[in-house]
Design a protein around this ligand. Structure first.
Ligand code: AMP
Length: 286
């Protein structure tokens, strides 16, 4: 596996691959790999001849009170895991190379960035869209893979790629979970043992909603209320948001009449976790 740090070198790497007719898939990450990241890397192999993984903790997507300084990191472990997953190139740019002095351009995918996580994290999706656009320009991938765990991020990137004519196929990958259902996340390492037990409640809440829908409940208000009550019955849980809405446009809906996104942000102690599910309408007449 090649390890590339400089932007011109990364560009040259991709250019060489493309010159011999090879396709390139990109998996953007912030590192501290877990099985979710590895699943994206393995899926990338099925989409292209060569797989590039970027490892960059992007300061532009963290707010001033967020966890940039303590975001978990272990580059040696990441390097070993990526190599074992068959990654061809690990791109690890420096912050001052990605954001040299004087940088000021930001990409704003307006409406999709406003609600859900965007409401509590102003500027977050501008930071995400900007860094992903830069990575697309540097790596020039044919395909890029993103996890559905970060559903809003996936939709923001899809929109950006269409709006700005990036010749990149965007692929969403299903959420990889721990045995108890908790979505894998680098931030799960912030949880202590008690909080880790509590964190299962996100998945349980999604399952509760899925069961309600399957048994014919269509009212988003009633589903949201059931989910809220369930989450608040757990100790140390605070709700960031409970969103039920159109998965493409990310606007709320009142009834589950087609595939409907249920997305949650939940604080367990000092850690903010997110998860989501696509609800399908059950039999009518509830
Ligand atoms: P991150 O390093 O957290 O920025 O994540 C890098 C990529 O991995 C993003 O596209 C995430 O959506 C994706 N990802 C993170 N956790 C999971 C998971 N549990 N299952 C699937 N994809 C994930």
């Amino acid at each position: 596996m090649d390890i590339v740090r400089a932007i011109p070198e990364m560009r040259a790497w991709s250019r060489r691959r493309k010159a011999v007719g090879e396709t390139v898939a990109l998996v953007p990450t912030m590192g501290y790999f877990h099985q979710g990241h590895l699943a994206l890397m393995q899926a990338a192999r099925r989409h292209a001849r060569r797989v590039v993984v970027s490892l960059f903790v992007n300061p532009a997507q963290f707010g001033p009170a967020e966890d940039l300084e303590r975001y978990p990191s272990d580059h040696d472990r990441d390097r070993r895991m990526a190599a074992a997953a068959g990654v061809d190139c690990l791109f690890v740019p420096a912050v001052d190379a990605m954001y040299p002095e004087g940088h000021q351009t930001r990409i704003d995918v307006r409406e999709l960035s406003l609600g859900l996580c965007g409401a509590a994290r102003p500027g977050h999706f501008q930071g995400v869209a900007t860094v992903v656009a830069k990575l697309f320009n540097i790596v020039q991938p044919d395909t890029a893979l993103f996890g559905q765990k970060d559903f809003q991020q996936l939709q923001v990137i899809r929109r950006m790629a269409v709006d700005l004519d990036f010749p990149v196929e965007i692929v969403g990958h299903p959420t990889v979970r721990e045995p108890d259902g908790l979505a894998m996340s680098s931030r799960n390492t912030y949880l202590d043992a008690r909080e880790r037990g509590t964190a299962q409640c996100l998945f349980e809440a999604l399952e509760l909603a899925r069961r309600l829908c399957a048994s014919g409940e269509r009212s988003c208000g009633r589903i949201a209320l059931a989910v809220e009550r369930f989450l608040l019955s757990r100790p140390g849980v605070r709700i960031g948001y409970i969103f039920l809405g159109d998965p493409g446009r990310l606007i709320p809906v009142r009834e589950v009449t087609g595939p409907t996104l249920l997305a949650l942000a939940v604080w367990i102690g000092g850690t903010r976790l997110i998860d989501n599910v696509l609800l399908e309408p059950g039999p009518a007449g509830h």
